[in-house]
Design a protein around this ligand. Structure first.
Ligand code: DMJ
Length: 640
């Protein structure tokens, strides 16, 4: 039997259809044709659906705008447009009605034409061979990748740069002090050079094994945490070649499109904070761009039923989860409560309110919650919005939440009164329930656990001395003197915790129990891992009082670090501060370069370097400028 030739859709010949009993090859040809037909049907159905949706879906312009009030000042380069806040501007009356109908008709015709064009294109696609289609897809893909690359490193819209006062200088007049400052700079160089030689690109350094090191907070990939964390310290110390070296590494290698699960908090304070500070100090656009790229990757962590972010997020998939050890799947107060400073700056610099909204949402939610004894528990479940265990601490798990309330107020040029109120309330409750004086007269901050006060203070809580001093000015009922005094008492207690050890370095935590005062009892609490908090407090107290004892105590700590933590391959933590022959833990923490050495350097610098009425330090010691929002001009021009 002869078979009639099938009319080709295109000019190409199509194998004839076999109308007799089916045989395998002809059956395949028949299938391909019906596949094409079905595809065509689906395509036209989809286009019709889009066509219908245009007319029947509600008009989004009628939805209420989200307005937090700060919008216009926070995003100076955005011109909201006068009509935008005026709902009446969207209503159409009288003679306008005719014009409106014409406009609708024009739109309809356009959509019809687009619809037909899309159908034609679909038909055209179906005429092409598989290879042609594959090649086209590949070309499209290449185009998108290319566009993304160009877009990724495109400069962001300019904003008025805040007043950047005191990013250089601070040379002390006194020769002795100058020598000390030089010594700290030399220590920084030793830490950096060894990281450069043995750990470059890794997150941290093992100074004894002389190789890279990392922990789970940075995920599984090498993101050069030490480089990012150290940049601003290098900058203020005038180590410009080293700074440039770091900048080049960031330009060429820092990539956040990695399948890696990181700590949202750590990455925020170290990377986003570090990049933003490097941007403000140097004016190099690349740091801002990288900070924003990373921030976008953290946003999926906020996709929880309450908007309280997960502790960890996978940078590639956006899947988040909490630490297994945290009370009943909870998020941690010091983690989700330590995002505000960086996120407000991100909104300011990008003109995108999303960051600001995320952190304000957390604040609003916390305000609505009950607080046992006025205290904030450390654990909050992001699914239920309920507190986990009632543990409260100004040390680990709680610390920087309180710090960021105060600093949100300072960073807003003291206009964020809500933050100041929350800080004052929290500090009053802390003083009432957690702060005690030991028999020997040492003021300490205990921890609230299961209904009673544990008389134990962590090294981390020693930062609070500086916080009380910083918050003294502007405190309620004219209690500035009281809070400065409280800060000084905490500094004294923490100094005692250093002084009562063999190495003159403080333990991870210390007790106040009968005869035991400011001393660690358990072996597991005797280590010192190059932490900054005690030196941080000395520096704040020095700035506010100029009492020479703080420089003296800081110098004691610097000498002890030099003597017991310095090794030929960098600096290492020690496992037991009570043993005169230290065992090293072989880790040079990135915060040693970001914080410990920076605070020491500032302690031996003049107050004109990074003055506190112009800069607010994030919890990783990265300085961010005060945003004088009320005085911001709306010109949209960058002024540097
Ligand atoms: C730093 O990463 C930050 O200071 C954080 O807030 C708490 N601890 C470390 C340093 O000890």
């Amino acid at each position: 039997m002869t078979t009639p030739a099938l009319l080709p859709l295109s000019g190409r010949r199509i194998p004839p259809l076999n109308l007799g009993p089916p045989s395998f090859p002809h059956h395949r040809a028949t299938l391909r044709l019906s596949e094409k037909f079905i595809l065509l049907l689906i395509l036209s159905a989809f286009i019709t659906l889009c066509f219908g949706a245009f007319f029947f879906l509600p008009d989004s312009s009628k939805h209420k705008r989200f307005d937090l009030g700060l919008e216009d000042v926070l995003i100076p380069h955005v011109d909201a447009g006068k009509g935008a806040k005026n709902p009446g501007a969207f209503l159409i009356h009288g003679p306008d009605e005719h014009r409106h109908r014409e406009e609708e008709e024009r739109l309809r015709n356009k959509i019809r034409a687009d619809h037909e064009k899309a159908l034609e294109e679909a038909k055209e696609k179906l005429r092409k061979s598989r290879e042609e289609i594959r090649a086209e897809i590949q070309t499209e893909k290449n185009k998108v990748v290319q566009e993304m690359k160009t877009k990724e490193n495109k400069p962001l819209p300019p904003v008025p740069v805040p007043n950047l006062v005191g990013i250089n200088g601070g040379d002390p007049e006194d020769t002795e002090i100058r020598k000390k400052r030089e010594k700290i700079k030399e220590m920084m160089k030793h830490a950096w050079d060894n990281y450069r030689t043995y750990g470059w690109g890794h997150n941290e350094l093992k100074p004894i094994a002389r190789k890279g090191h990392s922990t789970n907070i940075f995920g599984s990939s090498q993101m050069g945490a030490t480089i990012v964390d150290a940049l601003d310290t290098l900058y203020i110390m005038g180590l410009h070649d080293e700074f440039l070296d770091g900048q080049r590494w960031i330009e060429d290698n820092l990539d956040f499109s990695v399948n890696s699960e990181v700590s949202v908090f750590e990455v925020n304070i170290r990377f986003i904070g570090g990049l933003l500070a490097a941007y403000y100090l140097s004016g190099e656009e690349i740091f801002k761009i990288k900070a924003v790229q990373l921030a976008e990757k953290l946003l999926p962590a906020f996709n929880t039923p309450t908007g309280i972010p997960w502790a960890m997020v996978n940078l590639k998939s956006g899947v988040g989860r909490n630490w297994g050890w945290a009370s009943a799947g909870s998020s941690i107060l010091a983690e989700f409560g330590t995002l505000h400073m960086e996120f407000v700056h991100l909104s300011y610099l990008t003109g995108d309110l999303i960051y600001y909204k995320k952190v304000m949402h957390i604040r609003k939610l916390l305000q609505k919650m009950d607080r046992p004894n006025g205290l904030y528990p450390n654990y909050l479940n992001p699914r239920t919005g309920r507190w986990g265990q009632y543990h409260t601490s100004v040390g680990g798990l709680g610390d920087s939440f309180y710090e960021y309330l105060l600093k949100a107020w300072l960073m807003s040029d003291k206009t964020d009164h809500e933050a100041r109120r929350m800080y004052d309330d929290a500090i009053e409750a802390i003083e009432k329930h957690l702060i005690k004086k030991s028999r020997g007269g040492l003021v300490f901050i205990g921890e609230w656990k299961n209904g009673h006060l544990e008389k134990k203070m962590g090294h981390l809580a020693c930062f609070a001395g500086g916080m009380f001093a910083l918050g003294a000015d502007g405190s309620r009922k004219d209690k500035a003197g009281h809070y400065l005094e409280l800060g000084a008492e905490i500094a004294r207690t923490c100094h005692e915790s250093y002084d009562r050890t063999a190495l003159k370095l403080g333990p991870e935590s210390f007790k106040f129990d009968g005869a035991v005062e400011a001393v660690a009892v358990r072996q597991a609490e005797k280590y010192y891992i190059l932490r900054p908090e005690v030196i941080e407090t000395y520096w704040y107290l020095w700035r506010f009082t100029h009492d020479p004892r703080y420089r003296q105590w800081g110098w004691e700590a610097a000498l002890a670090i030099e003597k017991y933590c310095r090794v030929s391959g960098g600096f290492s933590g020690v496992k037991d501060v009570y043993s005169s022959t230290p065992t090293h833990d072989d880790v040079q923490q990135s915060f040693f370069l970001a914080e410990t050495l920076k605070y020491l350097y500032l302690l031996f610098s003049g107050d004109d370097l990074l003055p506190l009425d112009h800069w607010v330090f994030n919890t990783e010691a990265h300085p961010l400028p005060v945003l004088h929002l009320a005085n911001t001009t709306l010109s949209g021009t960058a002024v540097r």
